[in-house]
Design a protein around this ligand. Sequence first.
Ligand code: ADP
Length: 486
Amino acid sequence: MKTIIAGREVDTRHFIGNERISSPQTFPAHSAITEKELGTVARGTQTEVDMAVAAAKAAFPAWAALGAQGRLPYLERLAHLIESRVEDLAAVETMNNGSLLEASRLRVMKRGAHNIHFFAQMALEMGKCWDTEAAKNAVNQVSYDPAGVTALITPWNAPFMLSTWKVGPALAAGNTVVLKPAEWTPFTASLLADMALEAGLPAGVFNVVQGFGAEAGAALVAHKDVKRISFTGSVPTAKKIASSAAQNLTPVSFELGGKSPFIVFADCDLELALFNALDQYDNCGQVCLSGTRLLVEDSIYDQFLSEFKSRAANLIQGDPREAKTVVGPLVTRTHLDRVDGFVQRAKQAGATLEFGGQVSPTLGGLYYQPTLFSHVPDGAEILSSEVFGPVLTIQKFSSEAELLALANNTEYGLAAMLFTKDQAKATRISSQLVAGTVWQNCFYVRDLSAPFGGSKQSGIGREGGHWSFDFYCDIKNTMHRKGTFY
Ligand code: ADP
């Protein structure tokens, strides 16, 4: 079972124990660009999940025993293979979910390779020895023991990047993996499986089960032999996974939605703030980190709004394969209907539509226009619910206290961006924002050694740097006495 996407061959079966496995049933996956079917994909159920977990469990002892040094050559080979196939990965992913081809080729897919490389290298440094102060002549050793089979569940907005973000540390730590990609975007995970095979990963170390969340995903997270669950997706799904994981006390790492504030102070570099504000439409707004609530200081509100409107009018929306495009389509018709539902309800609630609010009349398809609402009544759904589309709101504030009340008035706490030239103010405000990541005078800058995750309903735990190993490992403290025993 294979399909051709953007001229590249993609196997649409599962990958279990280094073999391609079919299922009796299949499901179709589509292109965001054409809305046409790209291929039929094996539909995993409990049976395939059981097979994959069994393969991963069997492969675990030998993979763990290799140690970080022993695993390094495999993972470096995998990272190099990803680098060598950046063009294929970008082409396939763009055709599938409509993300911008240039960004994918130049940054996103390379970051995929870096995710593998970075954590493979970092694993070499995990585990420390130090002299214990409390007990003289004793040495404390902390070891990061791999946990076992990990279940990695990824979303459709950045499928390959987010898969490698989990696969990298999970494998580097000595675990084995069962990856369940989102059903709307199954293809690049399959290319990753091809590369895992080519890199020589032993059978069962890396497995992919395709299928629906409520079927394959649910079976995977409920499996008693799964020792870690890392999930990126929506809050309602996270709650289902958490309740399933609770039955086995399986530790979870969740990165969920956001409703992040994008804060603009009057003393900011206005050009910089406007440039970054427009960036919130990146990936047609299908970015959990997006600063979807523009909060602007009242003295520059009118100027900011008028500048923002004129620049947004010049955003080029179109085919994501074209280099000039900056806003592509939404992922599927189902999702478009969801996004449009939020927009219609915001209008009904009395919000002022500054621009957008519909599918592009010239492009049609899934090309939902960049949209902005102002004068949104307090309590309107659009101020609190994650849309996951190109829909922003703008509000004004006149004091730091008012700003903080607005900024933190959400169930989410994933990210915040703030723009001011006053560093003392930036520090003061940042310390009071509830968010996993605060970007001061920038956006999207990521350092893999830094923690990443969300507060409140935006997640549980942090990944990145040693936080990834804290999650993917069973951390052991061994204390041994130096010298004689009496
Ligand atoms: P969305 O609603 O935007 O599709 P989800 O959070 O439902 O986002 O999906 C993210 C990932 O979670 C996908 O891979 C999906 O298949 C998976 N998923 C959905 N429901 C479940 C579930 N009950 N158990 C495990 N995984 C699930």
